[in-house]
Design a binder for this molecule. Structure first.
Ligand code: FNR
Length: 367
């Protein structure tokens, strides 16, 4: 019997299966970072009865963006477009949380208001590329945030959470993973501050916990999730003691009573890499520290997803790349059908090709 197709709960919601759509940046919004018709079609295709989708990461401010074409939630003009997405998902009987995003230093001056430097806990540049309108550009040198600017950024997350509520989402997920701003505060390779947001882990975790509390103030704790990537090196991330750092974070988030903790697992390559040769931290290690729903993501195939649920190390499994190429992924897994292959060249930006034109199993059989 399949474990992936037994019902479970996330916060107040009952899910009929455990195949979650992972947050996936696809950079296909309309000008003004407004959700496009194509995006509505894409999410409609991927919604399933009793299933959970996490939206692509959505910047809570223009400074929080590092990817031209990512849809926003930083202005009221974005609400109506997202409402079309959430209505479509709900019409299929599905649930959708919005992932709230601030890239911090993973940006470029071309993407920043007035060409200013991106912001970060400390003025240390990441290696890698932002996506400007003119293509990939190396990350710019960031400037360190002043202490008195931090409440304003937390307020941007709160306002984003409130717009998500008005747009009809079922909850929000704080993007605390993959080397973006909350993660830059958490890990000591990127946080050299000497004020109350730097130094010991109690201080480095303050930003993520305050952002999470801001979302909780809008939604209640049981409709807020947080994503972390304790073993990811993406975005030039490093920490001198990941088990202590992320163990503390998991316990504190548990105390806040949030609906779920979403953990990017260490065993994948590509968008995530195994960190700094140290013992990787997986959902399994955080399970004893977090009492509610645990979502695992990263490199899962149907069999390994079944196995992690059977082992009790996670309650839900989020799929990224397989969901890109298989709009009917839950149904395919349930029926043990073969999966379409994904095309990396169409992951980031472009048109319908590699976005809304992957066939369902039914369509493929009829062709
Ligand atoms: C991602 N990933 C990602 N993660 C996240 O938290 N927010 C995001 O917006 C994105 N965007 C994104 C775009 C693309 C094209 C890829 C391939 C990945 C990471 C993603 O959610 C997931 O953790 C990884 O893809 C690993 O899972 P899979 O693909 O092995 O199932």
């Amino acid at each position: 019997m399949s474990n992936l197709f037994t019902p479970t709960e996330v916060g107040p919601y009952r899910l009929s299966h455990r195949v979650v759509m992972a947050p996936l940046t696809r950079m296909r919004s309309d000008p003004g970072d407004i959700p496009s018709d194509l995006m509505v079609e894409y999410y409609t295709q991927r919604a399933s009865d009793g299933g959970l989708i996490i939206s692509e990461a959505t910047p809570v401010s223009t400074r929080g963006n590092g990817y031209a074409g990512a849809p926003g939630i930083y202005s009221d003009i974005h609400i109506a477009g997202w409402r079309r997405v959430t209505d479509a998902v709900h019409a299929s009987g599905g649930r959708i949380f919005q992932q709230l995003w601030h890239v911090g230093r993973q940006s470029h001056i071309d993407l920043q208001p007035n060409g200013e430097a991106p912001v970060a806990p400390s003025a240390i540049a990441a290696e890698g590329y932002a996506y400007s309108k003119h293509g990939e550009v190396p990350f710019s040198m960031p400037r360190a945030l002043q202490l008195n600017e931090i409440p304003g950024i937390i307020e941007e997350f709160r306002a984003g959470a409130e717009r998500a509520l008005r747009a009809g989402f079922d909850g929000v997920e704080i993007h605390g993973a993959n080397g973006y701003l909350p993660d830059q505060f958490l890990q000591d390779g990127t946080n050299k501050r000497t004020d109350e947001y730097g130094g010991p882990i109690e201080n480095r975790a303050r930003f993520l916990l305050e952002v999470t509390q801001a979302a909780v103030s809008v939604w209640g704790a049981d409709r807020v999730g947080v994503r972390i990537s304790p073993s990811g090196a993406y975005g030039s991330m490093s920490d001198s003691n990941p088990p202590a750092t992320f163990g503390y974070v998991a316990r504190e988030l548990d105390r806040l009573g949030i609906a779920y903790l979403h953990v990017v697992e260490p065993h994948i390559k590509g968008t995530e890499e195994i960190a700094h040769g140290k013992a990787p931290i997986a959902a399994q290690h955080l399970r004893p520290k977090f009492s509610r729903t645990l979502v695992a993501a990263g490199g899962f195939a149907p069999d390994s997803a079944e196995a992690i649920i059977a082992a009790g190390d996670a309650d839900l499994v989020a799929f990224g790349r397989h969901f890109i190429s298989n709009p009917d992924l839950p149904e395919r897994i349930r029926r043990r059908l073969p999966l379409n292959r994904y095309d990396r060249s169409t992951f980031y930006g472009g048109d319908a090709r590699g976005y809304t034109d992957y066939p369902t199993a039914e369509a493929a059989a009829a062709a």
